[in-house]
Write a protein that binds this ligand. Structure first.
Ligand code: MG
Length: 375
């Protein structure tokens, strides 16, 4: 591998970008108003750059905060100086690490290697089988009327899949809410439910029994992440597939979840799952076991969304519904042009080297709360 592909220096920024509207999640996670993000730009010896982004989920979700991630990225970036991004990508080095800091570095290596060799990142991951993917739109924890107002609004913008966030109200209210929403949905609209670990095992069983005959796409994370036995039992009574999100953070958990027969669908997030190499490994492994993938997201900016789209476009085991490529549209602003790839509820992968996304340093500086240089 040529010396030109060696990492010469890294720039790291921590930023806070406001959401367009506050996002009410389950009682465990509360209400989000900002995206806390760490961005890294690797510069190779030949001057080519690669961008990566870490999206810490907070203590309750992945145990990571913006401060912990900055620290880890800075330390790791120092050790990466002089390493070749081609060797990193081709040896799957990203799989030695996990968490959002690892994701930022892994994605930056893929982006730099793709740009340096004039190949889109999807080609570095596998065979492209989609060039477009429909989007889903999430609704906050709230009432059926809130959901239906959001659905009416976004239906006209081309969104036909909705993810209803639940788990912060009494379970009877969640059951009444989903029944009311489904009774009033337009014909070509489908919904999924994400409880974000907000229900007890008993509540999850009750919800699953009461909604058994409803045409739900899936129920995500009905019980606590580590409760595989609970997930397995909920699967037995639910009338729809059960998805894991918080349960699947690291590749090592894939086999545990499969062995426990705890899920039908795996929710993959590039930042949560530690980057492209790890996410690709999880998606491939569960595909071989006959399971499907929901391409999901944190509150994240366009670098992570672009990385997620490249991976999603190589997977033949995506759930047949909209996927989570709407994150930049929920932000008041972004540091990339990813939103330009979305038209009428569908995102199209451009044929450009690396991630193919343009990143604005001016925008980064507008929202930065910290900046670090490693050389
Ligand atoms: Mg989720």
């Amino acid at each position: 591998m040529t010396n030109d592909f060696k990492i010469a220096c890294a720039q790291i920024w921590s930023l806070r970008v406001p959401l367009a509207e506050p996002y009410h999640l389950s009682k465990l996670y509360g209400t989000l108003t900002h995206s806390d993000t760490v961005i890294i730009r690797l510069t190779l010896a030949n001057g080519v750059v690669g961008w990566g982004e870490a999206d810490p989920g907070g203590i309750e979700c992945d145990g990571e905060t913006i401060d912990s991630v900055v620290q880890t990225i800075e330390n790791r970036a120092r050790l990466m100086l002089g390493q070749c991004v081609g060797d990193w990508v081709e040896s799957g080095k990203g799989r030695d690490f996990h968490g959002p800091a690892a994701a930022a570095i892994d994605v930056a290596c893929y982006d730099a290697f793709g740009r340096a060799t004039q190949r889109p990142v999807c080609q570095l991951l596998g065979e492209q089988c989609h060039d477009q993917i429909p989007l889903l739109w999430p609704t906050s924890c709230g009432s059926a009327d809130n959901d239906l107002a959001v659905i009416a609004d976004y239906y006209d913008r081309g969104f036909y899949t909705y993810m209803l966030k639940m788990g912060d109200k009494p379970i009877a209210e969640d059951i009444t809410r989903i029944k009311a929403v489904i009774a009033q949905l337009p014909d070509n609209v489908r919904v999924m439910v994400d409880a974000n670990q907000g229900w007890s095992y008993e509540e999850a069983i009750l919800f699953s029994r009461e909604t058994e005959l409803l045409p739900l796409i899936l129920i995500e994370q009905p019980v606590a992440a580590a409760d595989y036995e609970g997930l397995h039992r909920v699967r037995k009574v639910a009338g729809c597939p059960i998805s894991v999100d918080e349960s699947i953070q690291n590749f090592s958990e894939t086999d545990l979840i499969l062995d426990a027969e705890a899920a039908d669908i795996f929710s993959i997030k590039i930042s949560k799952n530690g980057g492209l190499a790890n996410s690709h490994a999880i998606a491939t492994k569960v595909g071989r076991a006959g399971k499907q993938v929901l391409m999901n997201c944190m509150i994240e900016l366009g670098i992570t969304q672009a990385a997620s789209l490249h991976l999603g476009c190589t997977l033949d085991n995506l759930v047949d519904c909209g996927h989570a490529y709407m994150s930049t549209q929920r932000m008041a602003d972004d540091v990339t042009d990813f939103s330009d790839w979305i038209k009428e509820g569908i995102v199209t992968l451009p044929n450009a080297p690396g991630l193919g996304v343009n990143v604005s340093v001016d925008k980064i500086k507008q929202y930065q709360i910290g900046e670090f240089h490693v050389s």
